[in-house]
Design a protein around this ligand. Structure first.
Ligand code: PEP
Length: 256
């Protein structure tokens, strides 16, 4: 039985004090690990402060990116050893903002995914189509291609150690959310790919998150879809009460 994972991507938001305040609030709400897995991914400079706030609680730590090599002469980058050292369990890879603004390709995401898995981090690998691609009827092809190339060369046990996030680019930070049916169609497609490329046992194991304007008031219907195993949350993860609402929606579905 797959557990829900609700992961907050704080992006380049909050300062140190606000990060700690939010982390403290979440740690108080979730003092121990529960049925729903919870993670926060603060800006890298606040990872240590947030780690101290959530240490021992049910809230796990994630980074928003990493470099595939290192340690060494890679100015401005962070490597897997550093993320582990600072207490990270997860690392988001291939977020559409990194793909579109920082020029990350599937090949780069693939290198990072291999490196993260080799180090023992759990990569949350993002895929998703743009509005133009969706309107041109290319959603399935785009997502399949990102899956094939970003996750190339992984064996079954590596694949079992990662999380996939389907994030339609047109729904990220726009307030436009995919309908539950749109999300489920792509999630089911991804799970079929896992079953075809690997096997149905593995396909049943891998968590596939939805991301794109998830809020407490739309979380229930998205998370009720058979193949939606959680959410990668941007804006609504910046406030404890809205993030809590999403976690509660997941937990309620899990107990019913
Ligand atoms: C994200 O950045 O991964 C995201 C889903 O953002 P938002 O929830 O704000 O759309």
């Amino acid at each position: 039985m797959r557990k829900y994972l609700i992961a907050g991507n704080w992006k380049m938001n909050l300062d140190r004090a606000a990060s700690v305040q939010l982390a403290d609030a979440l740690a108080a709400l979730y003092p121990a690990a529960g049925e729903t897995e919870i993670a926060v991914c603060p800006p890298s400079v606040y990872l240590d402060a947030v780690r101290q706030a959530v240490r021992g609680s049910g809230v796990k730590l994630g980074a928003q990116n990493m470099y595939h090599l290192g340690p060494g002469a890679f100015t401005g980058e962070l490597c897997s050893d550093m993320l582990l050292d600072i207490g990270c369990r997860y690392v988001i890879l291939g977020h559409s903002e990194r793909r579109s603004l920082m020029g990350e390709t599937d090949a780069m995401v693939n290198e990072k995914t291999h490196a993260a898995l080799a180090a023992g981090l759990i990569p949350i690998v993002c895929v998703g189509e743009s509005l133009e691609q969706r309107e041109a009827g290319q959603t399935g092809d785009v997502v399949r291609s990102q899956f094939e190339h970003s996750l190339a060369g992984l064996d079954e046990s590596q694949m079992a150690g990662l999380v996939i996030a389907y994030e339609p680019v047109w729904a990220i930070g726009t307030g436009k959310v995919a309908t539950p049916e749109q999300a489920e169609e792509v999630h089911a497609d991804l799970r079929n790919l896992l079953a075809t490329r690997y096997n149905s046992g593995l396909a049943e194991q891998v968590q596939i998150l939805y991301g794109g304007s998830v809020k407490s008031d739309n979380a229930s219907e998205l998370l009720s879809q058979a193949n939606v195993d959680g959410a990668l949350v941007g804006g609504a993860s910046l406030k404890a009460d809205s993030f809590q609402g999403i976690i509660q929606a997941a937990s309620q579905i899990a107990v019913n």
